[in-house]
Design a protein around this ligand. Structure first.
Ligand SMILES: NC(=O)c1ccc[n+]([C@@H]2O[C@H](COP(=O)([O-])OP(=O)(O)OC[C@H]3O[C@@H](n4cnc5c(N)ncnc54)[C@H](OP(=O)(O)O)[C@@H]3O)[C@@H](O)[C@H]2O)c1
Length: 342
């Protein structure tokens, strides 16, 4: 362990609130932990800045116990990847193995993490670091939601699904994965800036909110009067309300994000006449019922470029304020990453 320092940089959530107003603190003197029995020390290479991390900093994300208990003072970051640099007693993962450490719910925004060897997913050679860093949160949500759609709707008769925030990193992957399953996507975005890129990725239709007043009417027109069999919504508010109203009879609405911060409204007649189903999807709950092989499924899709997470830009941990400013800019083309070992 001679080349491993005793101190490291860690981006901590000092208090809950606006990430651009002093809630974050770069600790340059955090201790590097030692791996215990069956554990490994991972030197992080890349970590994500996900919307759920933003909500964690804001103190409103219910998936992190320290948020629920109102106890700031921990290292942020839900996911990332790195390299095993030391083994504790009994840990079989070799030094030098690239891995995705499955962290409890935070801690990826630091240079070194200790994790049980059993909670590390080795990264295959064909998957690049920046894609591997995004293994868990978004790709599994894409797979989980599409599984739900296939299981609970008549996609064989009506293959049209509508999604909001379609230009998000997740939305772009959903376009690719849905196409691979023979589904057709109607993609709702705020501006026309990325329309052509989404079409190139495989989007069948793109609805630009700045140009379209009546989303349900347009969806019904595209689908030959049927409506979409499923609506996947990360926005809520007016946009979520518009895609609920775009559903076909027996359609499924999955709410999975809070981008507008506003509630979605459902017309009661859509519930009792069209018999639509309205519920949510949360990967944190879904993953508890999955086999470990789901990670290999995602890696395979990444290797074959059937579902590939794009990157807008990478920042060092020291540049965290710029990273958060970039996260809040519209029309990004993918994820903001921390290049932790730069
Ligand atoms: N429930 C779950 O288990 C789960 C798991 C993973 C992700 N998610 C959610 O999935 C969504 C996408 O995640 P990501 O990592 O792909 O996000 P991302 O790359 O950071 O993209 C965020 C997207 O949100 C859009 N957006 C931001 N504010 C908006 C507003 N007020 N109205 C409409 N759109 C707005 C942006 O639109 P522009 O392109 O126009 O800028 C952008 O496309 C997030 O809401 C995230 O919380 C949920």
């Amino acid at each position: 362990m001679s080349s491993i320092p005793s101190k490291q940089k860690a981006l901590e959530i000092a208090s809950f609130g606006d990430p651009l107003k002093g809630c974050l603190r770069l600790n340059t003197d955090a201790p590097v932990p030692q791996p215990g029995k069956d554990q490994v020390l991972v030197k992080m290479r890349y970590s994500c800045l996900n919307p759920a991390d933003v909500f964690t900093v804001m103190g409103v994300y219910p998936g992190v116990p320290a948020v629920v208990e109102n106890k700031p003072g921990f290292v942020g970051g839900m996911e990332g990847m790195g390299v095993v640099v030391a083994q504790g007693e009994g840990a079989s993962l070799k030094v030098g193995t690239r891995v995705v450490p499955l962290l409890p719910n935070a801690g990826a925004w630091q240079q070194y993490v200790v994790v049980d060897a059993a909670r590390c997913v080795p990264v295959p050679d064909g998957v690049e670091d920046k894609a591997a860093a995004q293994l868990v949160v978004n790709p599994l949500t894409v797979i989980g939601m599409l599984d739900e759609v296939e299981r609970h709707t008549a996609v064989k008769d009506n293959p049209w699904i509508v999604q909001t925030a379609a230009n998000s990193t997740l939305g772009r992957m959903l376009i690719q994965a849905a196409k691979g399953r023979g589904l057709r996507t109607i993609n709702v975005v705020r501006s026309a800036a990325t329309r052509d890129e989404l079409k190139k990725l495989g989007a069948d239709e793109v609805i630009v909110l700045a140009e379209e007043k009546d989303v349900p009417k347009r969806v019904h027109h595209i689908t030959g009067g049927k409506g979409a069999i499923a609506a996947l919504d990360a926005v809520g508010g007016e946009v979520g309300t518009a895609v609920v109203a775009s559903l076909a009879p027996k359609g499924l609405f999955l709410g999975y994000g809070l981008q507008s911060g506003q509630p979605t409204q459902v017309n009661n007649s859509d519930l009792f006449v069209k018999e639509i189903t309205v519920r949510g999807f949360w990967v944190a709950k879904w993953i508890a019922h999955q086999q470990a092989s789901v990670f290999q499924d995602v890696f395979k899709m990444m290797e074959q470029k059937h579902m590939y997470p794009q990157v807008e830009k990478e920042y060092t941990l020291d540049q965290y304020q710029e990273a958060f400013r970039a996260q809040f800019k519209p029309d990004r083309r993918g994820k903001i990453l921390f290049h932790v070992d730069a």
